[in-house]
Design a protein around this ligand. Structure first.
Ligand SMILES: O=P(O)(O)OC[C@H]1C[C@H](OP(=O)(O)OP(=O)(O)O)[C@H](O)[C@@H]1O
Length: 272
């Protein structure tokens, strides 16, 4: 028995939201609801219009016999600004300042509600680009990478600071961590990244940029392709940063006793 439109629309919406950047064919839905493809096409048009009007994202329709649609999560500027302003308010307390110009953020970056918002913001910056994988370095970048990977519908890969038997053979690079002005090593399992993979690098924080530069060097070692680099926050850094063209949601100045947090360059890079 065919499923009525109101029920189809609810179930189709959930199905798309749970599978971002994944093509779902007309035939699949027609069979799932025992309905005509023409009815499913009309359903998709309703969802497409609602997603667009409510700022949920883009429902990209693919014509033809094997056609269908795929959901691309995006965010509208006013919603993005509200999220960033809320983060600034939550972080702007002096007791979060840590030695070396760092900020205590772990309570926020372990909060699923915050991580969903951060993942959606970062994924929206790359909504119209082909990204095959998200890369981050252990440890605090991992929850962010997982959330971005969820919104882009791709895997995430974790760079380690030392080799683990469980990772098999690895490729390593040395890098200068600007935060500690030390030569450090990072490495990645040879099995985790294929040549030509289009990689988005994310992390929780950038100071000198050496960590991000190290991940970019790893991407080159694997003959993969860097699509972009985005961090949750960038701190102030006295000296020449080792990397440029990084997007940050927040700009943190924690060098003195009081804390100054401003929006990073995300809003201007993504919406202007
Ligand atoms: O821009 P840089 O000067 O290189 O510093 C940014 C690094 C340092 C810090 O990681 P750590 O606190 O060292 O490591 P973990 O994430 O494991 O806590 C932060 O999470 C970035 O990865």
């Amino acid at each position: 028995m065919s499923v009525r439109r109101s029920d189809r629309l609810i179930d189709m919406t959930r199905y798309f939201l749970e599978r971002p950047h994944t093509l779902v064919t007309l035939s699949f839905f027609a069979e799932r609801y025992d309905s005509a493809k023409s009815s499913i096409s009309e359903d998709m048009a309703i969802i497409k219009r609602t997603f667009s009007n409510r700022g949920t994202g883009i429902l990209e329709t693919i014509p033809g016999a094997a056609g269908g649609a795929l959901f691309i999560p995006t965010i509208q500027k006013n919603e993005a600004k509200t999220i960033i302003d809320d983060l600034i308010e939550q972080l702007s307390t002096a007791d979060r300042i840590l030695p070396g110009g760092y900020l205590y953020m772990s309570d926020l970056l372990s909060n699923p509600v915050v991580l969903k918002k951060v993942g959606r913001l970062i994924a929206s910056e790359y909504a119209q680009q082909k990204v095959d994988a998200i890369m981050t370095v252990e440890t605090k970048g991992i929850p962010i990478a997982q959330s971005v990977a969820d919104y882009l519908g791709v895997p995430f890969i974790i760079v380690r600071h030392d080799s683990k038997i469980t990772e098999g053979s690895t490729i390593s690079v040395n890098y200068v961590s600007g935060s500690s002005a030390q030569i450090k090593k990072m490495e990645l399992s040879k099995r985790s990244l294929q040549a030509g993979t289009r990689v988005l690098v994310v992390d929780d924080y950038m100071k000198g940029g050496g960590t991000l530069k190290g991940m970019q060097a790893l991407i080159n070692e694997f003959d993969a392709e860097l699509i972009g680099t985005t961090v949750f926050a960038q701190g102030n850094f006295n000296g020449q940063r080792m990397i440029d063209n990084v997007t940050s949601l927040l700009n943190v100045d924690a060098s003195r006793d009081e804390i100054q947090i401003q929006p990073g360059n995300y809003l201007t890079k993504v919406f202007d």
